[in-house]
Ligand binder design. Structure first.
Ligand code: G3P
Length: 214
């Protein structure tokens, strides 16, 4: 299973790359806006330190504009993956970009039908947003389980990126159903390391070590 960081925070990405635990990065306009930086400069910075797939999102609404944006992103970084919204125009752009050798990530996917269309269009990646489905009272991870089964049934090469991850439980369920990738916000990534019994155990061993030395 691959871990992507869902972030444009260069320091946090550097840290995860340093740990050998960051296989890629996903961004979107909201994530970039939070860093208070301009899109191109932050993508160039990330591309310098992270060589895995780097998802970059445009705001084009027509296939023509999306292709133009994608070609531009590919010039910024050889590892750029173009995020394409799940629309008919988007899927047209997916076919064109993939034919040109530019990878795509179909985003804002909320159902197995949408994921099936994205795979048939030849997308390299598909991003179901599990947290946002949970927010409206649905089980986001159930959609991922369905997509994983459908892709297995037909041997689709499209990789599933579990996105809109809100908890370690999302990552665990993603791993359980065989999703290829989880794109994890830094806060959840940090939580994955922790358990209260680990902290308590370390403190106890340290105390006992000091006592034993006396
Ligand atoms: O990768 C998609 C993700 O950034 C969306 O997350 O938390 O805005 O639903 P969220």
């Amino acid at each position: 299973m691959k871990f992507f960081l869902d972030s444009a925070n260069v320091e946090k990405i550097k840290n995860a790359v340093g740990l050998g635990l960051c296989d890629g990065v996903t961004t979107n306009p909201t994530i970039i806006m939070k860093e208070g930086k301009e899109q191109k400069s932050v993508i160039l910075e990330i591309a310098k330190i992270m060589k895995g797939p780097l998802s970059v999102e445009g705001i084009g609404e027509t296939a023509e504009q999306m292709v133009k944006d994608g070609e531009e992103f590919a010039k910024w970084a050889p590892n750029a993956v173009v995020k394409i919204p799940m629309t008919a125009e988007g899927l047209k752009a997916v076919r064109i970009l993939e034919k040109k050798g530019i990878k795509t990530n179909v985003t804002l996917v909320f159902s197995a039908s949408q994921a099936l269309l994205a795979a048939k269009a030849g997308a390299s990646f598909v991003s179901p947003f599990v947290g946002r489905l949970d927010d409206i009272g649905q089980d986001g991870m159930k959609v991922v389980e369905d997509i994983a089964q459908i892709y297995r049934n037909y041997g689709f090469k499209t990789e599933i990126i579990v996105a809109s991850v809100r908890s370690t439980a999302h990552v665990e369920r993603a791993a359980k159903c065989g999703a290829h990738i989880a794109t994890i916000p830094p806060k959840v990534f940090e939580e994955m390391f922790r358990h209260q019994l680990t902290d308590r155990g370390i403190a106890r061993f340290l105390e006992d070590y000091k006592k034993a030395k006396k």
